[in-house]
Design a protein around this ligand. Structure first.
Ligand SMILES: [Mg+2]
Length: 253
C-alpha cells in the first residue's frame, strides 16, 4: 500500500490560542508576518502529525496561500494544495504549471469582478462594524478569493455580515459560494475548490502507484467534498464538520 493523506491545517492539526485545548502544553505552530505566534500545536497534535509524516505521503490541503503556509512551523516536504486549490506546489515549493494553466483559464473566464466585489464588501464592513477585516487572497500574483475576519473574533458580527451583506449580493449568489466557519468567512468563485485539486493529484498518483490508498483529514464543511474523494476520512472531534456529521450525539450504549 502507498498511503497518501490530504491534510487540512488550521483547526485540524493546530489551533489559534482561543481554540487551543486548555491546560495542555502548547507549542508554536504558525506566526504572522511580523513574527507573532498565533497558532499552536498540542503535544498530541504534533505527535499525530509526526506519525502521519513518518508513514504517509502528506499533501497539505489548505486555504492558506503560499506565504501563510511558509509561516507554519512544521517542515512539510511534499506536494501542497494551497489557496483553496488555487495553486498546487511541488516538493520544491514551485507551482504546478499544468494546474496553474487551468486556474488561469478559469480566472480569465470569470472576468475582473473581484476588485469591485472587494470595494463593495469593504465599504459595507466599514459602515457596519470597524472590527471587520476584508481581504483579497492573492497567491503568486493570482487574486483568487475574498476572506472576511473580525479583529476580535466577534462571530456574531461576522455572521450578521455574511447574512445581510454577503448573501444579499446578487453577484455573490450567482458566481460564488460562501463558507463561514467561526472567525473565517470565505467568498470563493464556484470553480475554486480543494476537491478539484485533490481529484487532479489522485489521478496522477493512481497512475504512479497501483496500490495508492487515499486518506483525507479536515475540520470544516468546506473540506467535506475532498474528504468524500478519499478512501478514508478523518475528522477532528468537536470541529464544524464533526458537529455536522455527528449532530445527534451518542446513542445509548
Ligand atoms: Mg481547517
Amino acid at each position: 500500500m502507498t498511503p497518501f493523506i490530504f491534510l487540512d491545517l488550521d483547526d485540524t492539526v493546530f489551533h489559534s490560542l482561543r481554540k487551543a485545548p486548555t491546560g495542555k502544553v502548547l507549542k508554536a505552530a504558525a506566526h504572522t508576518r511580523d513574527g507573532r505566534v498565533v497558532s499552536f500545536f498540542s503535544e498530541q497534535q504534533l505527535a499525530f502529525l509526526e506519525l502521519m509524516q513518518g508513514h504517509m505521503k502528506v499533501i497539505v490541503t489548505t486555504a492558506r496561500n503560499s506565504d501563510a503556509l511558509s509561516r507554519v512551523r512544521f517542515r512539510f516536504d511534499g506536494v501542497a494544495i494551497v489557496s483553496y486549490g488555487g495553486l498546487i506546489l511541488d516538493e520544491g515549493g514551485n507551482p504546478d504549471a499544468c494546474w496553474s494553466d487551468r486556474i488561469a483559464t478559469q480566472l480569465e473566464a470569470q472576468g475582473d469582478d473581484l476588485p469591485d466585489l472587494f470595494d463593495h464588501l469593504e465599504s459595507c464592513a466599514r459602515a457596519l462594524d470597524p472590527g471587520l477585516r476584508v481581504q483579497i487572497v492573492v497567491d503568486h500574483e493570482l487574486a483568487l478569493y475574498v476572506v472576511v475576519k473580525h479583529r476580535d473574533a466577534d462571530n456574531l458580527s461576522l455572521s450578521r455580515f455574511s447574512h445581510d451583506v454577503v448573501m444579499g449580493s446578487e453577484l455573490i449568489r450567482c458566481k460564488y459560494r460562501v463558507h463561514l466557519n467561526d472567525n473565517n468567512l470565505a467568498i470563493l468563485p464556484r470553480w475554486l475548490d480543494k476537491a478539484h485539486a485533490v481529484r487532479y493529484l489522485q489521478g496522477i498518483y493512481r497512475q504512479q502507484h497501483a496500490d495508492a490508498v487515499f486518506f483525507g483529514m479536515g475540520d470544516s464543511l468546506s473540506d467535506r467534498d475532498y474528504l468524500q474523494l478519499c478512501d478514508y476520512a478523518l475528522i477532528p472531534s468537536g470541529s464544524q464538520l464533526h458537529r455536522s456529521v455527528f449532530s445527534k450525539g451518542l446513542s445509548d450504549v
